[in-house]
Design a protein around this ligand. Structure first.
Ligand code: SF4
Ligand code: SF4
Ligand code: SF4
Length: 264
């Protein structure tokens, strides 16, 4: 992929987000210093370099498109980037701010801000792929440092990054963590959630809440039925699918279905 002798140029752009995914890159610590030897960090406001309009080989994009200005800016980033990679739930699925997509956003703004006319936000928060072509997506809220490094290393080696769309349950079993769904009847989203975090929450005795988004072939019907057998109300089942990846099509459909009256 990258045959030039010059260092590959990398940019990290922020859209509507909390900065947590950029921290995943900063948290690389010594690995980030080593990486800085191999790439030229052209734009990364959190770390210092500021040059958002330069041409780059790889652009990581954190955040969703939530304002009119975001729409123009993501087009510009796309024009200047050879590979464009959205990182995190905001960038891949609209993020928690996309909960407004099914509500009256203008009403919320009026309730919260004393000068709502000063807020320039779109009615919907949408993923980066809804506006430009993307070359790979890294899911998670936040993404983890290991994933970020693996993607950069793959691109530096000229190979396509590995896309692990398997389920969190596979990581859980591999590590031998006790299953909180089976042993404690907790409503764990691991059976429908994409792997990548190393089953972090079950490793601490907690249920997965789906922050890595839908896994491949996610059987949301079966999991929703299981949640109901465990005593969750349809409203509670719906809310399990309405977390940070609420606009991921698989979770959106599952939430809609859970909220619909059932034929007896
Ligand atoms: S995905 Fe999560 S951690 Fe990353 S920017 Fe969005 S809210 Fe923050
Ligand atoms: S704890 Fe959750 S992620 Fe782990 S095996 Fe059970 S259902 Fe799957
Ligand atoms: S276990 Fe689930 S909620 Fe916890 S970090 Fe992993 S994907 Fe996110």
């Amino acid at each position: 992929m990258m045959t030039s002798v010059r260092k590959p140029r990398v940019a990290v752009h922020k859209f509507s987000s909390c900065d947590g995914c950029q921290l995943a890159l900063l948290n690389l610590g010594e690995d980030l210093l080593a990486l800085a030897e191999r790439v030229e960090l052209v734009h990364f406001a959190e770390a210092g370099p500021l040059d958002p309009e330069s041409d780059v080989d790889v652009a990581f994009v954190e955040g969703s498109v939530s304002t009119p200005e975001d729409i123009e800016r993501i087009q510009q980033v796309r024009r200047h980037s050879r590979f464009l990679i959205p990182i995190g739930a905001c960038a891949t699925a609209g993020g928690i701010q996309a909960l407004r997509n099914g509500a009256n956003g203008a009403q919320w703004v009026a309730q919260i801000y004393s000068h709502p006319e000063a807020i320039a936000s779109l009615a919907h928060s949408t993923p980066i792929s809804g506006h430009v072509n993307v070359d790979f997506e890294l899911w998670g809220c936040p993404v983890n440092s290991r994933q970020m490094l693996a993607v950069v290393n793959s691109l530096l080696l000229g190979v396509a990054p590995h896309d692990n769309a398997d389920k969190v349950c596979t990581e859980c079993k591999r590590h031998g963590y006790p299953c909180v769904l089976v042993s404690r009847g907790v409503a764990c989203m691991g059976p429908v959630t994409r792997a990548g975090c190393g089953a972090l929450c079950p490793s601490l005795g907690r249920d997965c809440y789906g922050c890595y988004g839908p896994a491949e072939n996610a059987n949301t019907d079966a999991l929703a039925a299981q949640f109901e057998r465990q005593g969750l109300t349809p409203q509670a089942v719906m809310q399990r699918f309405q977390s940070v990846n609420n606009q991921a099509p698989v979770f959106l459909a599952a939430a809609d279905k859970a909220g619909m009256p059932r034929d007896e």
